[in-house]
Design a protein around this ligand. Structure first.
Ligand code: PLP
Length: 288
């Protein structure tokens, strides 16, 4: 933060930062697995695109940010980590209400790797509830910009817990499936994959599934997925930097397929983790 590396307990943001006051921020999260960044270039592309759309500017270029992220990892010593880069609107030194007067700020941190699903859930598949909460539409907040507008997602999560499920999927304005708190969703039917297109974050893990499908010769498309279609799928999985590809075996009261982690999900998951040592997809951290 502010050109310094700090222990997490000392890293504090100003209460006047618009990132805190108005969720006026964009961010990205990349993971490090066994000492290597996974698809860092794609995360940096998305981060810089988001800043440009929000008219934010930092005094750092891509290679500066890459260096800062590497230093966070090296200083923390984590071998598997969740590494977040954030640009906030910041604040104006004169308390101006004009966002053009704000001095944008950069924060980055590294914490140990965390997953949406724990190891038991990965093995048996998650129980997900479909919420009636509507994801904020892209005409209000551009879903291509990774953002902290999470009140809808957190509401969905509480509703899911109330119904005995482990996580949530929320819907778009047309009542089709959108996404969940920190993940995209895919369905598999008769060997073909499909994932929602409208109003969702273009996840890097979602993109990675597209890339893995083309390598494996699997057909994948994007488009509206309604509740019935999802429940009737042979397999369902969610995707996130926080955990990779994670099976869903129960949606509300419906058992998905035969109720176990499906073969397409297993095949994709295996290749996904293999790619973490492939130099075309990952890059080593220098720990010094
Ligand atoms: N959708 C939302 C709302 C997210 O916040 C995230 C990640 O945090 C995702 C989807 C998954 O994106 P990625 O695969 O880039 O982690």
């Amino acid at each position: 933060m502010d050109g310094q590396y700090l222990p997490m307990s000392e890293a504090k943001v100003s209460v006047l930062d618009w990132g805190f006051l108005h969720s006026d921020a964009t961010y990205d999260t990349v993971h490090v697995w066994d000492g290597r960044f996974f698809r860092l270039d794609l995360h940096l592309d998305r981060f810089f695109r988001g800043m440009e759309k929000l008219r934010m500017k930092l005094p750092y270029n891509r290679s500066d940010i890459e260096k800062i992220l590497s230093n966070c990892i090296a200083l923390s010593g984590h071998k598997s980590a969740y590494v977040e880069m954030i640009c906030t609107r910041g604040g104006s030194p004169t308390f101006s209400r004009d966002p053009r007067d704000a001095e944008n700020r950069f924060i980055a941190f590294a914490v140990p790797f965390g997953s949406v699903a724990n190891s038991e859930q990965l093995e048996r598949g998650l129980h997900v509830a479909i919420s009636n909460t509507v994801r904020i539409p892209p005409k209000s907040v551009d879903s291509a910009i990774k953002n902290y507008h999470w009140l809808d997602l957190v509401k969905g999560l509480f509703e899911a817990y109330d119904s005995g499920a482990e996580t949530a999927l929320i819907v778009d304005i047309n009542d089709n499936i959108a996404e969940g708190p920190g993940f995209n969703v895919f369905m598999v039917k008769n060997g073909r994959l499909k994932t929602p297109a409208y109003g969702v974050l273009a996840g890097i893990t979602r993109q990675t599934v597209f890339d893995l499908c083309s390598e494996l010769g699997l057909l994948v498309s994007t488009g509206d997925v309604d509740r019935g279609e999802l429940k009737d799928a042979d397999e369902v999985f969610i995707t996130s930097t926080a955990g990779g590809i994670m099976s869903v075996t129960r949606i509300d009261e419906t058992v998905v397929g035969d109720g176990t982690v499906g073969s397409v999900t297993r095949q994709l998951t295996e290749l996904y983790w293999k790619k973490h040592v492939d130099p075309a997809w990952s890059r080593p951290i220098i720990y010094e």
